[in-house]
Design a protein around this ligand. Structure first.
Ligand code: GDP
Length: 364
């Protein structure tokens, strides 16, 4: 049947000829070519020469979630490992506002006065929220940021604390292979990330400030126990007295702690990062620490223990990932979780059920 629209008498809606569609892609736009991935050997060669661009690219691959990047990164790390280890790894922690950025800036310049190179890395578990911008942000360390021998890298942003920490640990290897003989690892002193940092540094420095009420409140005992030194910042102006009082309080608190495995007695010093007072004393103490632990063998012992710890940590992390990333397991978990929540299955039976599916799937 003829369509009514074709009738000249038709008065209803008609379809007009449309206009030609413009092309979706602007033909004048020059297509940007993606930079080809460097090979592991190219990266290693660059890193060993101290090439900062190659180092940065390798670190980006360590942090990447892409499979091909991961494989290259692991090869680079393995090849850099024999050239790593020759550094002082120092963990620096303190609550926001304690003056970490200001301090790292002046500490950094102090260590660089004698030559050498410094890498400032960070572990910030909250960076998933803030896209890694709080820590390691270059603008916070103005002088170091423009120093030719300083390499500043913000916290890896994606993933669990364990994953973020592992990436930082791997980055240390790359930086050392590139000749960075001073490594600072920064954390916000509020959570569990301190334990992760402790497992990758030789010396752990806790930054504190006075005048925040009862000095020993609000600081986790665990963090204090890990500290090889507590340094009280902002000992300037009217704050000198309170800083000294806090120093006395920390000293007596530390007496109550069990002796450290290293045999080193943690020290408490005051300083002012802003006015650059007391910095040399802190560094003189850190020098003494390194001389002490190298002499009594603890330095080597701790590094070996850390390597062992990371081996197991890495196994744990990869097993968990393999398990939880599995879509069948994901579904099964949901079902079992629901059963547990409705009291139809015990937690243990549910766990056994999910694990059985996993083991069967992997022929275990
Ligand atoms: P972060 O959050 O721990 O990194 O702390 P910042 O380094 O950003 O410092 C927090 C604030 O404390 C800034 O306003 C600094 O200028 C100030 N500050 C840092 N060090 C000192 C110091 O030695 N004395 C005084 N009076 N203020 C300081």
């Amino acid at each position: 049947m003829e369509h009514p629209e074709n009738d000249s008498q038709y008065t209803g809606l008609t379809v007009n000829n449309g206009v030609a569609q413009p092309p979706i892609v602007n033909p004048y736009l020059v297509k940007k070519r993606r930079k080809a991935l460097p090979t592991a050997s190219e990266l290693v060669e660059g890193i060993l020469k101290g090439d900062v661009t190659m180092l940065s690219r390798a670190v980006t691959m360590v942090e990447s979630l892409a499979h091909d990047h991961y494989a290259i990164a692991q090869e680079v790390i393995e090849k850099c490992l024999p050239y790593s280890g020759n550094s002082r790894r120092i963990g620096i922690t303190g609550v926001p506002g304690a003056g970490k950025s200001t301090s790292i800036d002046v500490f950094g310049l102090h260590v660089l006065r004698d030559g050498g190179k410094l890498a400032v890395l960070a572990i910030d578990p909250s960076s998933e929220r803030t896209k890694g911008s709080i820590l390691g942000d270059k603008t916070r360390m103005e002088k170091l940021a423009v120093h030719p021998n300083a390499f500043i890298r913000p916290s890896p942003s994606a993933g669990s604390l364990g994953g973020v920490a592992r990436k930082t640990r791997e980055t240390i290897v790359l930086c050392e292979a590139a000749g960075y003989n001073n490594i600072f690892v920064e954390t916000v002193g509020v959570g569990q990330s301190e334990t992760a940092v402790h497992s990758m540094v030789d010396f752990f420095l806790l930054l504190q400030i006075a005048g925040a009420g009862d000095e020993l409140q609000g600081i986790k005992r665990g963090i204090m126990e890990m500290a090889d030194a507590i340094v009280i910042n902002k000992a300037d102006g009217d704050n000198v007295g309170p800083a000294q009082l806090a120093q006395a309080q920390y000293r007596s608190a530390l007496h109550l702690f069990p002796p450290t495995a290293s045999g080193w007695k943690p020290e408490v010093l005051t300083y002012s990062a802003y006015y650059e007072k007391g910095i040399a004393e802190i560094w003189e103490m850190i020098d003494r620490y390194f001389a002490f632990v190298k002499e009594n063998g603890y330095f080597e012992e701790k590094r070996k223990e850390q390597a062992r710890w990371w081996m197991y940590e890495s196994i744990d992390e990869q097993l968990r990932k393999h398990f939880y990333d599995n879509p069948v397991i994901e579904k099964r978990l949901q079902i079992c979780e629901n059963e547990v929540l409705h009291n139809r299955m015990s937690s243990f039976a549910a766990a056994a059920d999910v694990l059985k599916v996993y083991f069967n799937q992997n022929n275990l």
